[in-house]
Write a protein that binds this ligand. Structure first.
Ligand code: ARG
Length: 398
């Protein structure tokens, strides 16, 4: 087996990856460089560096990749209406290929022979990172310490960290596995592993319980330009700022909570809790605008592709040609998705209450039941005759 000399580790600052720095160094005698991507979780940069160094990292890369995340991952996911199994907005799944790409780039730049990650052997994230890295730089070796080491509990890891003076978070941990980024938050494990148990209050981090939401609903307008949110309540701002503000506002109203049984790629059914007020509100708004400006056939066909797209993202196939081709399809008509959507936020819910666009296909003259009607009623009869021609009398025969 070839020896490992230099490793770039996707480092979160948590217990697993902190132990992994030391463990890789001791097990393989390799130099370990840490890489942390900031894509929406608030972390203290200095603390992260200290922790990585205390575990033996020779270098620590910390990069703010929020803009790349929004432009290259969230935007296409919004356009694609990406929701795995119809519900999950794919926050975690969208973040991984970005991390994988940067991990591979840093490894190549540093002349490393290996990349490493802190994903477990049972999840989807290992697939996304590893398939991502392999798609971009197949020559890199991939290490997954959590699949190799002999720690069998977090307690053992804590003991290991203490023994080796590795700095770990002092705050009492919640007993869940959590992943957070700009597009939402995923929570699993602990008591949630019993699918009959209602998620306790401490399962939720960014949303209030809907019963504690303000009693008075609030109205919000979102302006879109070519498919991109450009203003909130008439105030121009970046898409990132829209996301951040809607996370706070939607969270206050308890919007975007999900409790799902999900089919993992690795064949396991798992119980997952999600919070994504921003994704719920923005998908609702974008969809409302598309339904105004796109024709029926395009809208219907899109649904089929959304399903496939969501699977590709979930399955770690971000770097596939099909995903790219589908993105081109969804992008091809966004130049019409310009306009304003008015939404009403109330406890646990977001409802569309108004939409307008210079590209609207809605014709009040055609739709109205009033005297202003412009629809040619005389053609209706002929339309039915021809439309129903193949079926005439056919219901009689067996
Ligand atoms: N089940 C979700 C997914 O596969 C969330 C994974 C969450 N990851 C985590 N480390 N908690 O995308």
């Amino acid at each position: 087996m070839k020896t490992i000399k230099k490793v770039v580790l996707a480092y979160s600052g948590g217990l697993d990856t902190s132990c992994a720095v030391k463990w890789i160094h001791d097990t393989y005698g390799a130099e370990v460089i840490c890489f942390s991507a900031f894509i929406g979780e608030v972390k203290d940069k200095k603390e992260l560096v200290q922790r990585a160094r205390s575990a033996g990292a020779s270098e620590v890369y910390i990069e703010n990749l929020k803009t790349d995340f929004v432009d290259e991952f969230i935007t296409p996911a919004l356009w694609a209406r990406a929701k795995y199994e119809g519900h999950y907005f794919l926050a975690t799944a969208l973040g991984r290929p970005l991390i994988a790409r940067r991990l591979a780039q840093i490894a190549l730049r540093e002349g490393a022979d290996t990349v490493a990650h802190g994903c477990s052997a049972k999840g989807n994230d290992q697939v996304r990172i590893e398939v991502g890295v392999r798609s971009l730089a197949p020559q890199l070796r991939i290490l997954a310490p959590l699949r190799e080491w002999s720690f069998s509990s977090r307690a053992e890891e804590i003991e290991y960290a203490k023994k080796h003076n590795i700095l770990i978070e002092a705050t009492k941990e919640r007993p869940y596995s959590i992943d957070k980024n700009l597009w939402g938050l995923s929570v699993e494990a602990g008591i949630l592993e019993d699918p009959w148990v209602e998620p306790p209050v401490d399962t939720y981090f960014i949303t209030r319980p809907p019963e504690l939401a303000p009693k008075k609903p609030i109205y919000v307008t979102i302006d879109f330009k070519k498919g991109i949110p450009v203003a909130l309540n008439g105030r121009p701002m970046s898409f990132t700022a829209v996301i951040e503000q809607l996370t706070d506002l939607g969270g206050k109203y308890g919007i975007g909570r999900l409790d799902l049984i999900e089919n993992r790629l690795v064949g396991i059914k798992s119980r997952e809790i999600y919070e994504a007020p921003q994704a719920e509100i923005l998908h609702t708004a974008h969809e409302a605008l598309e339904s105004l400006v796109l024709d029926r056939e395009l809208l219907h066909y899109k649904r089929l592709l959304s399903e496939k797209y969501s699977e590709l993202v979930y399955y770690g196939l971000w770097f596939s040609r099909l995903r790219k081709a589908l993105d081109e399809f969804f992008a091809s008509y966004q130049n019409r998705v310009t306009g304003t959507v008015r939404l009403k936020l109330e406890a646990g819910r977001v409802n569309v209450v108004g939409r307008k666009s210079p590209f609207t296909l809605y014709s009040e003259g055609l739709a109205t039941y009033s005297a202003r009607d412009t629809f040619d009623k005389s053609s209706a009869e002929g339309f039915m005759k021809i439309w129903g021609l193949p079926y005439e009398g056919k219901a009689k025969s067996k």
